[in-house]
Design a protein around this ligand. Structure first.
Ligand SMILES: [Zn+2]
Length: 246
């Protein structure tokens, strides 16, 4: 299983590990404790994959769903679902992974007896920071109908459309190309379409780079502050409004 980090936020990337949420058969990327541990390493939360118990794993999936419901509620301007809010704050209160500087670089490790809680804490803290800032961030759902992934739009123009070009942007690009061929659309229409798609690609690439930084920042907080500051500069121009495609 390949994990992607395109949401520009650790908590949203975690929520995105359940894909195609509105479909009859959502795709679960965290198929077991080992996969959840692998995600934590890929996300930069921990340096090495811990052994998670099935109870810890179930707790992480519950937290993930709480984060997703809270995000959806926040984007719709609705009150936080109380049970999800309690779950989030409880998870955020656990000790996050310990960050130490070693000869081999930065090492991030949770207590062996509570590795699951430390992963949950890193995600929950990121979620608290994100959900508490929805008024000044632009968070969107991917524009591909079936895709339910949420991302922070930090594009300069504030017009990022897809969660990622590979998975969603290219699908739409190919579909619209086929549609234009079928209808014999004129050259001007085709040119406009291609330009729009290229813009999308730039946004997606930007999202990937910042997403990785955000994940690491979420884990050690200090990095998150520095990285976030840089991103906020770009966002302030483009975004003052929460947006979610309805
Ligand atoms: Zn998508």
């Amino acid at each position: 299983m390949t994990f992607v980090f395109v949401s520009g936020d650790l908590a949203l990337d975690f929520a995105g590990t359940l894909k195609w949420r509105r479909s009859a058969a959502p795709e679960e990327l965290l198929t077991g404790p080992a996969e959840a541990a692998r995600w934590a390493v890929a996300a930069g939360v921990l340096s090495t994959a811990p052994r998670l118990s099935t109870v810890e794993f179930a707790g992480l999936l519950e937290l993930r769903e709480a984060v997703y419901r809270l995000a959806v509620a926040g984007l719709a301007g609705q009150p936080w679902p109380p049970a999800d809010l309690r779950a989030l704050n409880a998870a955020a209160a656990a000790p996050p992974p310990r960050v130490t500087l070693t000869a081999g670089g930065v090492r991030r490790a949770g207590p062996p007896s509570a590795a699951g809680a430390s992963i949950g804490a890193a995600v929950a803290v990121a979620a608290v920071e994100l959900l508490g800032s929805l008024g000044s961030l632009t968070v969107r759902e991917c524009a591909l109908d079936e895709c339910t992934r949420l991302f922070v739009d930090r594009s300069r123009a504030g017009n990022r459309t897809w969660c990622g070009m590979e998975e969603c942007g290219n699908r739409v690009k190919a579909a619209s190309y086929r549609a234009r061929r079928a209808t014999g659309a004129d050259a001007a229409g085709a040119g406009g379409g291609a330009g729009g798609a290229d813009g999308g690609a730039g946004g997606a690439r930007g999202g990937v780079g910042r997403g990785a930084g955000g994940a690491r920042g979420g884990a050690d907080r200090v990095g998150g502050g520095a990285g976030g500051g840089q991103a906020v500069g770009g966002m302030a121009v483009s975004a003052s409004r929460q947006a979610m495609r309805s």
